[in-house]
Design a protein around this ligand. Sequence first.
Ligand code: PRP
Length: 283
Amino acid sequence: MNNLRIGVPSKGRLAELAEELLNQAGLNFRRQDRSLFARVRDMPIDVTFLRPDDMPLLCAEGAIDLGVTGSDLVGESGVELVERLRLGVGKCRLAICVPEESDFHQPSELGGCRIATSFPRITEQYLRSHGVDVHLVPITGSVEVMIALGVAEAIVDLVETGSTLAANRLRILDEIGRYETVLVQNPDRRHPELADRVVRRLEGVVIARSYSLLEYNIPRSKLAEAEIITPGFNSPTVNPLEDPAWCAIRVMVRRGDVISVMERLEVLGASAILETQITNCRL
Ligand code: PRP
């Protein structure tokens, strides 16, 4: 009972992402069948498998110390939690959507309409800030078909790739917020040292996933310009080469920028440009 308790989503996409991340951070556990608990190997930590939408409230109530869930669900729950880490996965937008061919151009035109959503709290706050009075239809799923069913004139739903909207011939009228998977903590911060250790471990993996290690050789005369292209996390490592006119650089680069950075370095005169993927780090 005195172990640190971490809540992990019990099913769905988020469950796989969370389990993979924790394992990669050296928090190894095995879920047996449909069991709701698992013990982390060699650490005084218990994992509890919970529905992501219950996670914020259960964390606020102290049933778990740390929890992996969506920041959208934290916002919707209205409870006070400490957001310790953005996990870099599950990125999505919450948007107010209307039929493609409808005449709505801005949210203020929705006064008196029915809006279906599984995010009534966030939706209400957003509409209130726009001074719009609507009839909310709170539902827990299949929001995208509610207009076709005649239950609403608009919906507020999560958009990731936009395929669900396209399939239902809907378009975004306005974006309400951007969200992603986060690690939250109960404000009492029990087991502070162990909790911080878990956060640092996860942070190492999250940063490693979003950066690559780039190595290249560059004429010393171009070093200053190269450092502008690749400033690094703190600063790049510069090593001498046998040829005194050249040096070798090692530097962290955002994974999404690697290709364009390589192209710019090549134009500058760099050679032997290599990308290495890192799986973990401490910076
Ligand atoms: C979410 C959301 C949309 C869909 C958007 O549903 O409610 O239906 O994803 O993603 P897209 O823009 O990539 O199509 P999810 O699959 O999480 O299941 P849910 O309906 O049970 O919430």
